[in-house]
Design a protein. Structure first.
Length: 313
């Protein structure tokens, strides 16, 4: 274990760098000692940090502020153009300035906040919306406000929507786009079933129910398991094993009713390639020619990528 550095030697080194050591003993290289910087700031720095040029943090902040500070004339000109008066000295963009607003309220705002639109809090509180103004905001979209009292934008109000639904809503939420949840739910219902733009009206209700029943029937699950078992529970294209495999109909389920439960009409694909096949060829009128072409394209692409990797190596 190395001998500790003598206290007098440490004190002499610190004094040489124009710092004054206020601690009476040396606690070790990593524990902080009390010091006084050349500008009169009290700071706490360990001997190890002092050797690696760590100095007073307050002095460093002041130096950085001077480097980043905008010219005072520009700041003053911008602030006074809004009727505000700067009282305190300007250091940098994030230090708060003492100002007088046009209504002679004392406020503290940083230059960065003022430039981005912050103003006197006391003056802004006087611009609170009245109940009548709130009612007019709701009335523009045929909403009726029943509440007789209003405090601020977060006050919950009793409101009646254009469809006569009684709801509770805040002004803040309404201005951000919140509307009647009951009306929204009714609109969603109109987009389901026969009201959906993708609904196929040529399929009868009986066939639709039969298709749905067959997809969840025990026979369908048996067909699915038989396809997996025949293919070794792996994708026939990329040979992925285990979870993520799906049973694909070579001749699609909807158009070829008689072939739905034939094991020879099924093939195991991973979810990635199953999705990719239907993305390319769609979900109607699928056949074995499309599947063969899909396999050929994949193997050709795989062969090209393998040759490119060999050239790169």
């Amino acid at each position: 274990m190395p001998n500790p550095r003598p206290f007098d030697e440490i004190k002499q080194f610190i004094t040489k760098n124009k710092y004054t050591l206020l601690s009476n003993d040396y606690p070790g290289s990593v524990k902080k000692m009390k010091m006084l910087c050349p500008n009169g700031h009290i700071c706490y720095i360990s001997w190890n940090s002092f050797l690696h040029d760590t100095r007073c943090r307050k002095c460093a902040d002041l130096t950085r502020c001077k480097l980043l500070a905008k010219p005072y004339n520009q700041v003053k000109q911008h602030v006074e153009s809004f009727g505000y008066t700067i009282i305190s000295p300007y250091l940098n963009s994030w230090s708060k300035l003492d100002m007088l607003c046009p209504n002679e309220h004392n406020v503290k705002i940083s230059w960065n906040s003022f430039y981005n639109g912050s103003r006197c809090n006391k003056c802004s509180s006087k611009r609170r919306l009245s109940l009548q103004e709130v009612k007019d905001i709701f009335k523009k979209e045929s909403y009726l406000v029943l509440s007789t009292s209003y405090s601020n934008v977060e006050t919950k109000l009793q409101v009646v929507c254009p469809e006569n639904h009684h709801i509770v809503m805040t002004v803040h939420g309404f201005l951000r786009g919140t509307r009647c949840k009951k009306c929204f739910a009714n609109k969603l219902k109109l987009k389901k079933g026969p009201f959906s733009p993708r609904y196929n009206h040529s399929v009868s209700l009986e066939n639709r129910m039969l298709d749905d029943w067959q997809r969840h029937s025990f026979s369908f699950n048996q067909w699915r398991f038989a396809v997996f078992e025949r293919d070794g529970f792996q994708c026939r294209l990329c040979h992925q094993l285990g979870p993520g495999i799906q049973a694909h109909h070579v001749f699609n389920f909807k158009d070829y009713v008689d072939l739905r439960l034939f094991v020879s009409n099924g093939i195991t694909l991973c979810d990635k390639h199953h999705y990719l096949f239907h993305k390319i060829y769609g979900k109607s009128h699928n056949n074995n020619t499309q599947l063969r072409q899909f396999f050929d394209d994949y193997h050709q692409q795989f062969k090209q990528s393998s040759q490119a990797m060999k050239v790169a190596v």
